[in-house]
Design a protein around this ligand. Structure first.
Ligand code: NAG
Ligand code: NAG
Length: 464
């Protein structure tokens, strides 16, 4: 009796050393006999990690294929995607003879085996993936677990360059509980193969284009211990054409229209009502397009800034039109232009916006001294005592004449001065008009250059 027990003990020890399970013996090449054997050797040990020694790590290889990008939510900072996940690991020591048992692989219910608790770390919504109840078991002891995942994962989305943005989202596969000493992750295939296969099967892309997949195995060290993980970076690029056609182009058209409205005479009522209508149209356009624009808390797309500046320019040009109309129609009622304003606008700004020198001289330096000098001469010639004494009546006549002349002179002078003042104001109107026109052109140029730069930068990513 004692001997039998010892032999059994030795046998158990030996079999433990030999492996988790043993080579299966099938009585006949049927599934029934195979499952009987599996029940005996494998299914009743489903609570045990299938390794030879308890200190061994189980090697799990993970593979994935990205099947579709269903949606990107900028506000929630999440990406909804569809992928196939393949996990493979070995039940150590398990094997059977293909001829003896009739098959090379069988599908067995998932809950009959020990399954590694591999999850995707970024997952942020409850799993809505279809449940696949079976896994494949091969005669070499290899388990093949393939299932689809439909998941919402968190991703830090950068929308600054919207709609020419490129997103870099990570998917991290790893066991949630098991430390690196127990479960070790390996990549089943290289990132290039995953990329090629994903491009092959991808049907649902929507507005997103898969640019690249980069894979790195890594060990995550936290206080609880070290975890083995495989992290993939999925690089996605937005297809900008929808936004270019729907947002950028209409906006550019409206701005161009507003730009050309500078060609209308500034003081005409047409120009201000034209600009008013444009602003109204632009506001309606912005309202309609508001839900096409992404919103996040942490950054504002450059495009929103572009829209804001466009609107600001339109409003500014309308204000300027009102101002110019005011000073051009009633310039002489404003009185004398303050000296600092005259220097600032007529001397410096006029040079900057290239109002021709001759025009400026003709209009601005409208000989304010000439009438005065003329008057001096006239007064001198009247007030100095005549060399030749004249008769009294003639002298009286001359004095009267001189008085009349002075009155006329004064009138003409006043007229000249008023005229001169209103001309200064008009000149200022012209200078400001030109300045805004220049600013407009500058803004449009900068926008164009920025858009072209960002666009080429984002599309050069594809070839690199
Ligand atoms: C797991 O992988 C490591 C590293 O490749 C290897 O040394 C080890 O033997 C593997 N373990 C098993 C049980 O295959
Ligand atoms: C994506 O992000 C990771 C981590 O921030 C970085 O290492 C990787 O280079 C990025 N890839 C691209 C293409 O930007």
């Amino acid at each position: 009796m004692m001997e039998v027990k010892t032999v059994r003990l030795i046998f158990i020890c030996f079999s433990l050393l030999h492996g988790f399970a043993e080579a299966l013996r099938c009585t006949s090449p049927t599934l029934e006999s195979l499952f009987e054997a599996l029940e005996r050797e494998v299914f009743n040990k489903k609570h045990l990690r299938p390794v030879k020694k308890p200190t061994d790590a189980l090697n799990v290889s993970v593979g994935m294929t990205l099947e579709g990008i269903l949606g990107v939510n900028e506000k929630a900072q999440s990406v909804t995607s569809l992928l196939w996940q393949v996990l493979e690991w070995d039940i150590e020591g398990l094997s059977w003879d293909e001829k003896e048992c009739g098959v090379r692989r069988v599908s067995v219910p998932r809950d009959k085996l020990w399954i590694p608790d591999v999850i995707i770390a970024e997952i942020m919504d409850e799993d809505t993936s279809p449940f696949i109840p079976y896994v494949y078991l091969y005669n070499t002891g290899r388990v093949y677990d393939d299932r689809p995942l439909r998941m919402v994962t968190s991703c830090r989305l950068e929308i600054y360059t919207f709609p020419f943005d490129i997103q870099n989202c990570s998917l991290t596969f790893g066991p949630f509980l098991h430390l690196v000493e127990d479960v070790r992750m390996f990549a089943r295939s290289s990132a290039e193969e995953i990329l090629a296969e994903s491009r092959n099967v991808m049907q649902i892309q929507g507005e997103w284009e898969l640019l690249d997949i980069i894979g790195t195995p890594r060990t995550l060290n936290i206080i609880a211990g070290s975890y083995s993980e495989i992290r993939y970076y999925i690089i996605l690029r937005r297809r900008p054409i929808l936004y270019v056609v729907n947002l950028l182009m209409p906006s550019c058209f409206l701005i161009t229209l507003d730009l050309f409205s500078f060609l209308l005479p500034p003081h005409s009522v047409d120009r201000s009502s034209f600009k008013m209508t444009l602003i109204l149209g632009y506001t309606v356009f912005l309202l309609l397009m508001n839900d096409l624009l992404p919103v996040t808390g942490n950054s504002t797309p450059l495009m929103n800034v572009f829209f804001s500046i466009s609107l600001a320019l339109m409003v500014a040009s309308l204000l300027e039109t009102v101002f110019i109309t005011n000073i051009q129609l009633s310039g002489d009622q404003h009185g004398v232009m303050p000296n600092w304003l005259k220097v600032l606008v007529l001397r410096y700004l006029a040079v900057i916006v290239c109002v021709p020198q001759a025009k400026r001289n003709r209009r601005v330096a409208m000989s304010p001294h000439a009438p005065a000098r003329a008057m001096n001469i006239s007064s001198v010639s009247v007030d100095t005592p005549p060399v030749t004494p004249l008769h009294e009546p003639a002298l009286d006549e001359l004095r009267k004449l001189s008085k009349d002349l002075m009155a006329i002179r004064h009138h003409v002078d006043k007229h000249f001065k008023g005229n001169h003042m209103s001309q200064e104001w008009q000149m200022m109107g012209i200078v400001i008009d030109r300045l805004l026109f220049g600013l407009y052109i500058l803004f449009i140029l900068i926008c164009l250059i920025t858009i072209v730069c960002i666009w080429t930068l984002s599309s050069s990513h594809v070839s690199s």
